[in-house]
Design a protein around this ligand. Structure first.
Ligand code: CP
Ligand code: NVA
Length: 307
């Protein structure tokens, strides 16, 4: 069903397929915690992971997931490849396809992933681009499923830089799973094209909207935030910090949301900026579960798409 497919945005997957991936991840997690870490269904195959930007969770969870599936992993940055000396993306994709069974990349420009996918003969996974972070959103959905006991009908508010990759991917997965996704942040940062979600929302009953009012946090199942300045946007730091300061997730914001609201963050966090220590370290924070679930969801994706 999934073999050979790219994961660039998750919009390529139907709602029932996203649920199937999450069920697989849940299965891998149960086996992992029962001591069955090694599930070598892709023994001897190779995954190449390319990172144009730093990464802790994605790099280690995706590598560990591939190893646990019996795969060999090669991690490289562009400077370690001829890519850094001007070899083209299409030529890199064609070459790597002759050795690797999966190519995964974290890139500055989403178009680089699209070009890799166009010229590669093997599946290409998005390990974060300027536009989307699809593997993160799978881990987020698995976490909410575990904590709230259901997958559909959830209400999630993303507070802060609502135009960023993590917010976009939360909106995508929410539209696949029938959630209400409230993107709460300053109008100047409303960069998300929500019209692309309309078809899925029509199927699942999801509702995704943007607002600048923190009042919209009332009653949500989770309050999600991310850094104010994403990788690659450092030049805008001063302006973003000024715009986003009123959207810091602190105790009073969590109180406004209500006692049922969990706190989520994809990490890394800038403590004292988008979130305060008491919230991220508090009893409603599920950030470490989100981080762990990167492993099990990456395993499900690699298990599913590797030819
Ligand atoms: N959440 C996430 O993608 O973290 P890293 O940047 O550490 O991979
Ligand atoms: N929005 C952040 C996510 C990091 C995992 C960034 O792109 O830097």
């Amino acid at each position: 069903m999934f073999r050979g497919r790219d994961v660039l945005t998750l919009m390529e997957f139907r709602p029932d397929e996203v649920v199937a991936l999450l069920e697989m991840a849940k299965g891998f997690k149960a086996r992992y915690h029962a001591g069955e870490v090694y599930t070598p269904i892709h023994l001897g195959k190779t995954a190449v992971l390319i990172f144009e930007k730093p990464s802790t969770r994605t790099r280690v969870s995706t590598s560990a997931a591939a190893y646990q599936l019996g795969m060999n992993v090669i991690v490289a940055n562009p400077q370690e490849l001829q890519l850094g000396r001007g070899e083209t993306v299409p030529d890199t994709a064609r070459t790597l396809s002759r050795y690797a069974h999966v190519i995964a990349a974290r890139v500055f420009k989403h178009e680089t992933l699209e070009e890799l996918a166009q010229y590669a003969d093997v599946p290409v996974l998005n390990l974060l681009s300027d536009k989307f972070h699809p593997l993160q959103s799978l881990a987020d959905a698995l976490t909410l499923w575990e904590k709230k006991g259901r997958l559909n009908g959830l209400k999630v508010a993303f507070v802060g830089d609502v135009g960023n990759n993590v917010a976009a991917s939360l909106a995508v997965i929410g539209s696949k799973l029938g959630w209400e996704v409230r993107l709460v942040g300053p109008r100047q940062l409303w960069r998300n094209d929500l019209s692309r979600l309309a078809e899925d929302a029509g199927l699942t009953g999801a509702r995704v909207y943007q607002t600048d009012s923190l009042e919209e946090l009332k009653g949500v199942d989770a309050v999600y935030t991310d850094v104010w300045v994403s990788m690659g946007f450092e030049k805008e730091a001063e302006e973003r910090e000024r715009l986003l300061r009123p959207y810091q997730v602190n105790a009073s914001v969590m109180e406004l949301a209500g006692p049922q609201a969990l706190f989520m963050h994809c990490l890394p966090a800038h403590r004292g900026m988008e979130v305060t220590d008491d919230v991220i370290d508090g009893p409603r924070s599920v950030v470490w579960d989100q981080a762990e679930n990167r492993l099990h969801t990456a395993k499900a994706v690699l298990a599913a798409v590797t030819p």
